[in-house]
Ligand binder design. Structure first.
Ligand code: CP
Ligand code: NVA
Length: 310
């Protein structure tokens, strides 16, 4: 049976360890892997912009001896002259694996249901699993552990990165506190909170949601934030969102309330003066470019894992 990576709701501690161990080996010994994907092709379907995801996936395929095709959905019949199922069935006859960055999560589910090859979610409005698996690698490198750490997420929490963080932290045994505005549309989806709380029971970690950023960052090992203007949010909402989200901006004052060795994370792209100040993202505690680099190593591990290549 083919496997897909659509979200992290079924993630386990064992799977995290397997992927991190493989990603670390790939990072340390890249030459060992340079012909693992000989003659294999990855189709990369994009409905939204990207820097990191597009470049790291394509580079990863090239470095492992394979090939990637960038496919811009605006030049495709999919969703217009052709249904998603037909695209999935056709592409399955050409390539070995597909990744897609789409707006609607149900569209990637459709793609997965109708393809005979693995599908990787490269971000939907609902989830961003590749980012969070890569971040678990970065946290492991920086903190030498996952279990028992405290991660505080600040800002827009009705978002893909927060949802995947909730699942990922719960599976890894990381205690997660999400601090976000009480206004409608900024909290994590209730179904994600319920499911991640069930997952957290297995690992013994905690999940908390509040509206008090100062309280939330106390004792944090990691402070994480994400864009206030995700790709799917319209420009005209910027001013209104800024006013609501500004109390959750990560600045030096908040950073100082966390543990002394706290690290600052943002999956990027980032706007200085919005979700964090320049002094924080450009400061010594920031690990944002290590996060960006680790996309490459972790995604190579994900591709090998889904294709069952040792
Ligand atoms: N973090 C991330 O997915 O970045 P891109 O939007 O540049 O791919
Ligand atoms: N939440 C952001 C993540 C970008 C990688 C977005 O959806 O744009």
């Amino acid at each position: 049976m083919k496997e897909d990576l659509l979200d992290l709701r079924n993630l386990t501690k064992n799977k995290i360890k397997e992927l991190i161990d493989l990603a670390l080996d790939i990072k340390q010994n890249p030459e060992k892997y340079n012909s693992k994907l000989n003659k294999k092709t990855l189709l990369m379907i994009f409905e939204k912009p990207s820097l990191r995801t597009r470049v790291s996936f394509e580079t990863g395929m090239t470095q492992m001896g394979g090939h990637a095709i960038y496919y811009d959905l605006s030049t495709s019949p999919m969703g217009k002259k052709e249904c998603i199922a037909d695209t999935a069935k056709t592409a399955s006859r050409y390539v070995e694996i597909i990744m897609a960055r789409l707006f609607k999560h149900e569209n990637i589910t459709q793609l997965a249901k109708n393809s005979s090859i693995p599908i990787i979610n490269a971000l939907t409005n609902f989830s961003h699993p590749c980012q969070i698996l890569s971040d678990l690698l970065t946290i492991t490198e920086k903190k030498c552990q996952l279990n028992g750490l405290k991660l505080t997420y600040l800002g827009d929490a009705n978002n893909n990165v927060t949802h995947s963080l909730l699942f990922g932290c719960a599976a890894a045994g990381i205690n997660i506190t999400v601090s976000c505005p009480s206004e409608e549309g900024f909290s994590p989806l209730p179904e994600v909170l319920d499911k991640s709380k069930n997952m957290a029971q297995i690992t013994g970690s905690t999940i908390e949601v509040n509206n008090d950023p100062k309280q939330a960052v106390k004792n944090a090992d990691i402070i994480y934030t994400d864009s206030w203007m995700s790709y799917h949010i319209k420009d005209e909402e910027k001013e209104k969102r800024f006013k609501i989200l500004i109390p959750y901006q990560v600045n030096n004052e908040l950073l100082q309330l966390a543990k002394e060795d706290v690290i600052f994370m943002n999956c990027l792209p980032a706007m200085r003066g919005m979700e964090q100040t320049a002094e924080v993202i450009d400061g010594l505690q920031s690990v944002v470019f290590d996060q960006a680099e680790n996309r490459l190593h972790m995604q190579k591990a994900i591709i090998l894992n889904l294709l069952k290549i040792k």
